[in-house]
Write a protein that binds this ligand. Structure first.
Ligand code: BJW
Ligand code: ZN
Length: 251
Protein backbone atom coordinates (compact mmCIF):
# COMPACT_ATOMS: atom_id res chain seq x y z
CA UNK A 1 0.00 0.00 0.00
CA UNK A 2 2.79 2.43 0.95
CA UNK A 3 6.46 1.75 0.59
CA UNK A 4 8.67 0.66 3.47
CA UNK A 5 10.57 3.97 3.62
CA UNK A 6 7.37 6.06 3.89
CA UNK A 7 5.93 3.64 6.45
CA UNK A 8 9.08 4.07 8.56
CA UNK A 9 8.89 7.85 8.32
CA UNK A 10 5.21 7.86 9.36
CA UNK A 11 5.96 5.59 12.27
CA UNK A 12 8.63 8.00 13.41
CA UNK A 13 6.37 11.04 12.99
CA UNK A 14 3.63 9.38 15.03
CA UNK A 15 6.07 8.40 17.75
CA UNK A 16 7.49 11.90 18.11
CA UNK A 17 4.43 14.12 17.66
CA UNK A 18 2.92 15.79 20.70
CA UNK A 19 0.37 18.12 19.10
CA UNK A 20 -1.77 16.51 16.43
CA UNK A 21 -4.77 17.73 14.44
CA UNK A 22 -7.08 15.54 12.39
CA UNK A 23 -9.33 17.31 9.88
CA UNK A 24 -12.14 15.05 8.77
CA UNK A 25 -14.83 15.15 6.13
CA UNK A 26 -17.71 13.04 4.90
CA UNK A 27 -15.38 10.29 3.63
CA UNK A 28 -14.53 9.18 7.15
CA UNK A 29 -18.16 8.21 7.68
CA UNK A 30 -18.53 6.54 4.27
CA UNK A 31 -17.59 3.13 5.67
CA UNK A 32 -20.33 3.60 8.28
CA UNK A 33 -22.80 3.78 5.40
CA UNK A 34 -23.26 7.56 5.40
CA UNK A 35 -23.26 8.93 1.84
CA UNK A 36 -20.64 11.57 1.00
CA UNK A 37 -21.48 14.81 -0.79
CA UNK A 38 -19.05 14.70 -3.69
CA UNK A 39 -16.85 11.64 -3.30
CA UNK A 40 -16.94 8.85 -5.80
CA UNK A 41 -17.74 10.89 -8.83
CA UNK A 42 -20.12 13.74 -9.49
CA UNK A 43 -22.04 15.89 -7.07
CA UNK A 44 -24.54 14.26 -4.76
CA UNK A 45 -27.92 15.13 -6.07
CA UNK A 46 -31.14 15.06 -4.07
CA UNK A 47 -34.21 15.29 -6.29
CA UNK A 48 -32.24 17.03 -9.01
CA UNK A 49 -30.52 19.45 -6.68
CA UNK A 50 -26.78 19.42 -5.95
CA UNK A 51 -25.70 19.97 -2.34
CA UNK A 52 -24.67 23.54 -3.18
CA UNK A 53 -28.31 24.27 -3.90
CA UNK A 54 -30.10 22.34 -1.17
CA UNK A 55 -27.77 23.13 1.74
CA UNK A 56 -28.56 26.83 1.63
CA UNK A 57 -30.63 29.25 3.73
CA UNK A 58 -32.44 30.21 0.52
CA UNK A 59 -33.66 26.63 0.10
CA UNK A 60 -34.79 26.43 3.76
CA UNK A 61 -36.81 29.60 3.26
CA UNK A 62 -38.20 28.81 -0.20
CA UNK A 63 -39.05 25.14 0.28
CA UNK A 64 -38.69 24.02 3.92
CA UNK A 65 -40.49 20.74 3.17
CA UNK A 66 -37.97 19.52 0.55
CA UNK A 67 -35.11 20.95 2.60
CA UNK A 68 -36.26 19.08 5.72
CA UNK A 69 -36.99 15.85 3.79
CA UNK A 70 -33.31 15.76 2.89
CA UNK A 71 -32.23 16.37 6.48
CA UNK A 72 -34.80 13.89 7.84
CA UNK A 73 -33.48 11.23 5.44
CA UNK A 74 -29.92 11.86 6.58
CA UNK A 75 -30.91 11.76 10.26
CA UNK A 76 -32.44 8.34 9.64
CA UNK A 77 -29.33 7.02 7.88
CA UNK A 78 -26.99 8.43 10.52
CA UNK A 79 -29.04 7.24 13.47
CA UNK A 80 -28.67 3.68 12.19
CA UNK A 81 -24.95 4.09 11.44
CA UNK A 82 -22.17 3.05 13.80
CA UNK A 83 -18.74 4.68 14.12
CA UNK A 84 -16.20 2.74 12.08
CA UNK A 85 -12.58 1.72 12.61
CA UNK A 86 -11.34 5.17 11.53
CA UNK A 87 -13.47 7.03 14.09
CA UNK A 88 -12.35 4.56 16.75
CA UNK A 89 -8.66 4.88 15.85
CA UNK A 90 -8.84 8.67 16.19
CA UNK A 91 -10.61 8.38 19.55
CA UNK A 92 -7.84 6.07 20.78
CA UNK A 93 -5.16 8.58 19.73
CA UNK A 94 -6.42 10.92 22.48
CA UNK A 95 -4.65 8.66 24.94
CA UNK A 96 -1.44 8.61 22.92
CA UNK A 97 -0.79 12.23 22.03
CA UNK A 98 -0.35 15.10 24.45
CA UNK A 99 -2.80 17.24 22.46
CA UNK A 100 -5.17 15.89 19.86
CA UNK A 101 -7.78 18.07 18.20
CA UNK A 102 -10.37 16.68 15.85
CA UNK A 103 -11.67 19.31 13.45
CA UNK A 104 -14.63 17.88 11.60
CA UNK A 105 -16.79 19.20 8.81
CA UNK A 106 -19.25 16.42 9.58
CA UNK A 107 -22.52 17.02 11.36
CA UNK A 108 -23.20 13.33 12.09
CA UNK A 109 -21.81 13.05 15.66
CA UNK A 110 -19.95 9.81 14.89
CA UNK A 111 -16.65 11.07 16.34
CA UNK A 112 -18.41 11.72 19.65
CA UNK A 113 -20.03 8.29 19.55
CA UNK A 114 -16.61 6.71 18.97
CA UNK A 115 -15.34 8.38 22.16
CA UNK A 116 -13.46 11.47 20.90
CA UNK A 117 -13.85 14.38 23.30
CA UNK A 118 -11.99 17.35 21.84
CA UNK A 119 -13.95 17.96 18.65
CA UNK A 120 -14.46 21.19 16.78
CA UNK A 121 -17.59 20.88 14.64
CA UNK A 122 -16.98 23.44 11.89
CA UNK A 123 -20.37 22.90 10.27
CA UNK A 124 -22.47 22.38 13.40
CA UNK A 125 -24.59 19.36 14.26
CA UNK A 126 -27.49 17.57 12.66
CA UNK A 127 -28.68 16.76 16.18
CA UNK A 128 -29.32 20.38 17.14
CA UNK A 129 -32.05 22.65 15.84
CA UNK A 130 -32.69 26.33 16.18
CA UNK A 131 -35.53 28.77 15.70
CA UNK A 132 -34.81 32.03 13.93
CA UNK A 133 -38.08 33.49 15.23
CA UNK A 134 -37.44 33.22 18.99
CA UNK A 135 -33.76 32.19 19.18
CA UNK A 136 -34.35 28.75 20.73
CA UNK A 137 -31.41 26.39 20.20
CA UNK A 138 -31.79 22.85 21.45
CA UNK A 139 -30.75 19.26 21.01
CA UNK A 140 -33.21 17.29 18.89
CA UNK A 141 -32.62 13.56 18.37
CA UNK A 142 -36.11 12.63 17.21
CA UNK A 143 -36.07 10.10 14.37
CA UNK A 144 -38.37 10.15 12.55
CA UNK A 145 -39.40 13.74 13.00
CA UNK A 146 -43.06 14.07 14.03
CA UNK A 147 -43.72 16.67 11.32
CA UNK A 148 -41.91 18.10 8.33
CA UNK A 149 -40.90 20.84 8.60
CA UNK A 150 -40.50 20.55 12.39
CA UNK A 151 -41.84 23.47 14.41
CA UNK A 152 -40.47 25.31 17.39
CA UNK A 153 -41.99 24.04 20.66
CA UNK A 154 -41.76 27.53 22.07
CA UNK A 155 -43.19 29.82 19.36
CA UNK A 156 -44.34 27.58 16.49
CA UNK A 157 -41.79 28.95 14.01
CA UNK A 158 -40.21 26.63 11.45
CA UNK A 159 -37.04 25.13 12.90
CA UNK A 160 -33.79 24.74 11.01
CA UNK A 161 -30.90 22.37 11.72
CA UNK A 162 -28.05 24.05 13.62
CA UNK A 163 -25.64 23.50 10.74
CA UNK A 164 -23.59 25.88 8.62
CA UNK A 165 -25.18 26.19 5.20
CA UNK A 166 -23.52 27.61 2.09
CA UNK A 167 -23.04 31.36 2.35
CA UNK A 168 -23.19 31.22 6.15
CA UNK A 169 -20.27 31.92 8.40
CA UNK A 170 -18.58 29.18 10.41
CA UNK A 171 -18.95 30.23 14.08
CA UNK A 172 -16.03 32.51 14.90
CA UNK A 173 -15.11 30.81 18.21
CA UNK A 174 -15.01 27.36 16.59
CA UNK A 175 -12.98 28.53 13.61
CA UNK A 176 -10.48 30.49 15.67
CA UNK A 177 -9.88 27.41 17.84
CA UNK A 178 -9.38 25.35 14.69
CA UNK A 179 -6.87 27.89 13.36
CA UNK A 180 -5.00 27.96 16.69
CA UNK A 181 -4.78 24.16 16.89
CA UNK A 182 -3.65 24.00 13.24
CA UNK A 183 -0.97 26.64 13.71
CA UNK A 184 0.62 24.85 16.67
CA UNK A 185 0.45 21.21 15.60
CA UNK A 186 3.35 19.10 14.38
CA UNK A 187 1.26 16.52 12.58
CA UNK A 188 -1.84 17.41 10.54
CA UNK A 189 -3.97 14.62 9.08
CA UNK A 190 -6.58 15.30 6.42
CA UNK A 191 -9.02 12.41 6.21
CA UNK A 192 -11.93 11.87 3.85
CA UNK A 193 -12.53 15.37 2.58
CA UNK A 194 -12.59 16.65 -0.99
CA UNK A 195 -11.12 19.86 0.48
CA UNK A 196 -13.08 22.12 -1.84
CA UNK A 197 -15.30 23.81 0.73
CA UNK A 198 -14.03 26.95 2.45
CA UNK A 199 -13.04 27.94 5.06
CA UNK A 200 -12.16 24.34 6.08
CA UNK A 201 -10.03 24.02 2.94
CA UNK A 202 -7.58 26.67 4.16
CA UNK A 203 -6.59 24.62 7.23
CA UNK A 204 -4.24 22.15 5.49
CA UNK A 205 -2.56 25.09 3.75
CA UNK A 206 -2.19 26.88 7.08
CA UNK A 207 -0.77 23.72 8.68
CA UNK A 208 1.82 23.51 5.93
CA UNK A 209 2.72 27.19 6.30
CA UNK A 210 3.34 26.52 10.00
CA UNK A 211 5.59 23.59 9.08
CA UNK A 212 3.37 20.76 10.22
CA UNK A 213 3.86 17.39 8.55
CA UNK A 214 0.70 16.92 6.49
CA UNK A 215 -0.69 13.46 5.80
CA UNK A 216 -3.74 12.92 3.62
CA UNK A 217 -5.86 9.76 3.62
CA UNK A 218 -8.36 9.51 0.79
CA UNK A 219 -9.04 6.99 -2.01
CA UNK A 220 -8.86 9.90 -4.47
CA UNK A 221 -6.49 12.81 -4.94
CA UNK A 222 -7.73 16.26 -3.88
CA UNK A 223 -6.36 19.82 -3.88
CA UNK A 224 -4.54 18.86 -0.64
CA UNK A 225 -2.52 16.21 -2.48
CA UNK A 226 -0.31 18.87 -4.00
CA UNK A 227 0.80 20.23 -0.63
CA UNK A 228 0.68 17.08 1.54
CA UNK A 229 3.94 15.50 2.60
CA UNK A 230 2.35 12.10 2.15
CA UNK A 231 -0.92 11.09 0.50
CA UNK A 232 -2.14 7.59 1.20
CA UNK A 233 -4.67 6.57 -1.40
CA UNK A 234 -7.01 4.34 0.54
CA UNK A 235 -10.04 4.05 2.77
CA UNK A 236 -9.86 5.67 6.20
CA UNK A 237 -11.18 2.62 8.05
CA UNK A 238 -8.46 0.46 6.56
CA UNK A 239 -5.57 2.93 6.91
CA UNK A 240 -6.03 4.80 10.20
CA UNK A 241 -5.96 1.79 12.56
CA UNK A 242 -2.36 1.24 11.45
CA UNK A 243 -1.34 4.75 12.55
CA UNK A 244 -0.27 4.71 16.13
CA UNK A 245 3.00 4.84 18.01
CA UNK A 246 2.68 1.08 18.42
CA UNK A 247 1.31 0.46 14.94
CA UNK A 248 3.26 -0.28 11.82
CA UNK A 249 2.67 3.04 10.07
CA UNK A 250 0.16 2.06 7.45
CA UNK A 251 2.16 -0.66 5.88
C1 BJW B 1 -13.11 8.62 1.57
C2 BJW B 1 -13.73 7.42 1.71
C3 BJW B 1 -13.20 6.56 2.64
C4 BJW B 1 -14.80 8.46 0.22
N1 BJW B 1 -12.14 6.93 3.36
N2 BJW B 1 -12.05 8.97 2.29
C5 BJW B 1 -13.48 30.96 -0.92
C6 BJW B 1 -13.25 30.44 -2.17
C7 BJW B 1 -14.26 29.84 -2.88
C8 BJW B 1 -15.54 29.71 -2.33
C9 BJW B 1 -15.77 30.21 -1.09
C10 BJW B 1 -14.76 30.82 -0.40
N3 BJW B 1 -15.27 31.20 0.81
C11 BJW B 1 -16.56 30.83 0.88
C12 BJW B 1 -16.91 30.24 -0.27
C13 BJW B 1 -18.26 29.72 -0.57
C14 BJW B 1 -18.49 28.35 0.03
C15 BJW B 1 -17.56 27.34 -0.64
O1 BJW B 1 -16.55 26.92 -0.12
N4 BJW B 1 -17.94 26.89 -1.82
C16 BJW B 1 -17.16 25.87 -2.54
C17 BJW B 1 -18.11 24.80 -3.04
C18 BJW B 1 -16.37 26.53 -3.63
N5 BJW B 1 -18.30 28.33 1.46
C19 BJW B 1 -19.21 28.75 2.32
O2 BJW B 1 -20.25 29.22 1.92
C20 BJW B 1 -18.89 28.66 3.79
N6 BJW B 1 -19.10 29.89 4.43
C21 BJW B 1 -18.20 30.88 4.40
O3 BJW B 1 -17.11 30.77 3.91
O4 BJW B 1 -18.63 32.04 5.01
C22 BJW B 1 -17.96 33.26 4.71
C23 BJW B 1 -18.49 33.74 3.40
C24 BJW B 1 -19.85 33.80 3.20
C25 BJW B 1 -20.34 34.25 1.98
C26 BJW B 1 -19.46 34.58 0.96
C27 BJW B 1 -18.08 34.49 1.17
C28 BJW B 1 -17.60 34.07 2.42
C29 BJW B 1 -19.82 27.66 4.47
C30 BJW B 1 -19.67 26.28 3.96
C31 BJW B 1 -20.70 25.37 4.62
C32 BJW B 1 -20.70 23.99 4.00
N7 BJW B 1 -21.82 23.28 4.47
C33 BJW B 1 -22.00 21.88 4.12
C34 BJW B 1 -23.37 21.43 4.66
C35 BJW B 1 -23.30 21.32 6.19
C36 BJW B 1 -24.54 20.75 6.77
C37 BJW B 1 -24.85 19.37 6.28
O5 BJW B 1 -24.04 18.45 6.36
O6 BJW B 1 -25.95 19.23 5.77
O7 BJW B 1 -20.95 21.09 4.68
S1 BJW B 1 -21.85 21.54 2.37
C38 BJW B 1 -21.00 20.01 2.54
O8 BJW B 1 -19.62 20.13 2.06
C39 BJW B 1 -20.89 19.79 4.05
C40 BJW B 1 -19.51 19.22 4.17
O9 BJW B 1 -19.06 19.36 5.51
C41 BJW B 1 -18.74 20.03 3.17
C42 BJW B 1 -17.43 19.42 2.77
O10 BJW B 1 -17.60 18.19 2.16
P1 BJW B 1 -16.60 17.00 2.48
O11 BJW B 1 -16.71 16.63 3.90
O12 BJW B 1 -15.26 17.33 1.98
O13 BJW B 1 -17.27 15.79 1.67
P2 BJW B 1 -17.17 15.45 0.10
O14 BJW B 1 -18.32 14.60 -0.22
O15 BJW B 1 -16.97 16.68 -0.71
O16 BJW B 1 -15.83 14.59 -0.04
C43 BJW B 1 -15.74 13.28 0.50
C44 BJW B 1 -14.32 12.81 0.32
O17 BJW B 1 -14.20 11.57 0.97
C45 BJW B 1 -13.93 12.58 -1.15
O18 BJW B 1 -12.68 13.19 -1.39
C46 BJW B 1 -13.82 11.06 -1.27
O19 BJW B 1 -12.81 10.64 -2.17
C47 BJW B 1 -13.46 10.70 0.15
N8 BJW B 1 -13.82 9.35 0.55
N9 BJW B 1 -14.81 7.39 0.78
C48 BJW B 1 -11.58 8.17 3.12
N10 BJW B 1 -13.75 5.31 2.83
ZN1 ZN C 1 -39.25 29.64 18.29
Amino acid sequence: MICERVAEELKERFREARAVVVLTGAGISAESGVPTFRGGGGATVWRGMPVEKIATPEMWRADPVTFWQWYAYRREVIERAEPNAAHRAIAAWERQFERLTVITQNVDGLHQRAGSRKILELHGSLWRVRCLQCGLNMEDRRVPLPEIPPRCPSCGGILRPDVVLFGEVVPETVFSRAVAATAECELFLVVGTSAVVYPAAVLPVLAKQHRAFVIEVNPETTPVTGIADVTILGRAGEILPHFSPEGHGGG
